[in-house]
Design a protein around this ligand. Structure first.
Ligand SMILES: O=C(O)CCC(=O)C(=O)O
Length: 285
């Protein structure tokens, strides 16, 4: 799947951009499905997602969502008295974390054998799809995602997570595209998130300096259908979306089943696995 040059570029920069990876029709179908999930959602039990804090917030709704489809709201969708102040259909920050398994349209989009091949091309032995997220990045209130490395939150020993980030709509600086530090993955893992043995608390432990050199950040502006893949130590972020446009994206986080997946990771599935392989996903189609 990947050329020698693409593999070298991924190793050097920690990320790779593959344009036109998905068709516009596939992106539109996924977007429609995500919007329908939100339309049908009755906000009785929900939580708010914030990725600006250094301290991870957690609650029951979040911590048990690893093998479910749940809605997490934008922080700015509520007033100080916790009343929803925007249309529900433009209030959800993201869906998570098992659409790839539980929803037939999301499953079809995710069960892409090319992703298995790409993961093995860059050295993964047994790719498993651990997590999916549909990120809306809503107009005007789409929350910032602070600079982080995905291995902080989905840790394996040795580290293995790969992020597959699909632009479902055009992503630009204006509507809050991804930013990243090319080569930043060559530094250490700077933080590790650990779920506490009891309760829902997740603590984020600082492992290393320095803080990210934000001057080295570059915007990854891409068209709908593009796949950006990045390694678990690639520092990346996105700014708040203050534009009038949405910026929908879908992500899959894939880990190597040959690596140890510790109990301290926040995402623990009831079946105690690290999610299906691409072949298993395909067999469910
Ligand atoms: O889409 C975004 O704004 C951030 C996504 C992200 O950080 C991730 O997929 O790891």
């Amino acid at each position: 799947m990947l050329s020698q040059q693409q593999k070298l570029s991924y190793q050097e920069n920690g990320f790779l951009i593959l344009e036109n990876f998905k068709s516009i029709a596939d992106c539109q179908q996924l977007k429609q499905t995500a919007n329908t999930i939100v339309e049908n959602f009755i906000p009785e039990n929900y939580s708010i997602f914030s990725a600006t804090d250094r301290q991870a917030r957690s609650d029951d709704y979040w911590i048990t969502s690893g093998d479910k489809i749940r809605c997490f709201f934008e922080e700015e969708a509520f007033d100080d008295n916790h009343n929803l102040i925007v249309d529900k259909n433009f209030a959800v920050n993201k869906l998570g974390h098992a659409m790839h398994e539980l929803d037939p349209i999301f499953r079809g989009f995710s069960a892409d054998e090319r992703l298995h091949t790409i993961a093995t091309d860059i050295g993964m032995v047994q790719p498993h799809v651990l997590q999916s997220m549909y990120i809306f990045k809503q107009p005007r209130i789409g929350g910032e995602v602070r600079c982080h490395q995905d291995s902080t939150f989905l840790y394996t020993d040795p580290m293995s997570v790969i992020g597959f980030w699909f632009a479902i709509e055009d992503a630009s600086i204006e509507n809050g595209c991804l930013w990243g530090i090319p080569g930043g993955h060559k530094g250490p893992l700077t933080e590790l998130a650990k779920r506490q043995p009891s309760g829902n608390a997740i603590t984020i432990k600082k492992l290393a300096d320095p803080e990210w050199d934000t001057k080295a950040m570059i915007p990854l502006e891409v068209k709908a259908g593009t796949l950006i893949m990045f390694s678990g130590k690639f520092p990346h972020m996105s700014e708040a979306n203050r534009s009038n446009k949405t910026r929908h994206a879908y992500t899959l986080h894939v880990v190597d089943g040959n690596c140890h997946y510790p109990h301290f990771n926040w995402l623990q599935r009831q079946d105690n696995t690290v999610g299906p392989t691409f072949t298993q996903l395909n067999s469910l189609l």
